[in-house]
Design a binder for this molecule. Structure first.
Ligand code: ZN
Length: 123
């Protein structure tokens, strides 16, 4: 189940942050649709992985991202739930732009909140 390797990547990112893992209350993560993440599997992998670690109290909050398509005809980028959506200009075949993002959006520690201005993106 590839959700375990995603959790491993997340934990490596969290380990690079300037606070102790046991202080972390929640972790907000976003991922593009190409990652193919099943949220139930991800939550299960998360709980299995953090069990008996410093991160044991941390909650994972998962935000799935929409598809981002790019139209070569009018050079527009747009978000959509539908991978096969046409562009508004009439082009039926906009190309996929990204979709494999995996980003640590924010961390909440038991005292404060940190946003992604101090966190690193994966890739
Ligand atoms: Zn277009």
């Amino acid at each position: 189940m590839h959700e375990f390797s995603i959790v491993d990547s997340l934990i490596k990112l969290i380990d690079r942050q300037p606070f102790d893992s046991h202080e972390i209350k929640s972790v907000v993560v976003s991922a593009g649709p190409m990652r193919g993440i099943d949220e139930n599997c991800l939550q299960w992998a998360w709980k299995e992985t953090i069990h008996d670690t410093m991160l044991e109290k941390a909650t994972l909050i998962f935000k799935p991202l929409p598809w981002v398509l790019h139209c070569k005809q009018c050079d527009k980028k747009f978000e959509t739930e539908d991978f096969g959506a046409p562009c508004q200009c009439g082009n039926p075949n906009p190309t996929l732009s990204g979709g494999d993002e995996l980003t640590l959006e924010s961390l909440e520690i038991f005292e404060d909140q940190y946003d992604n201005s101090i966190l690193n993106k994966t890739d």
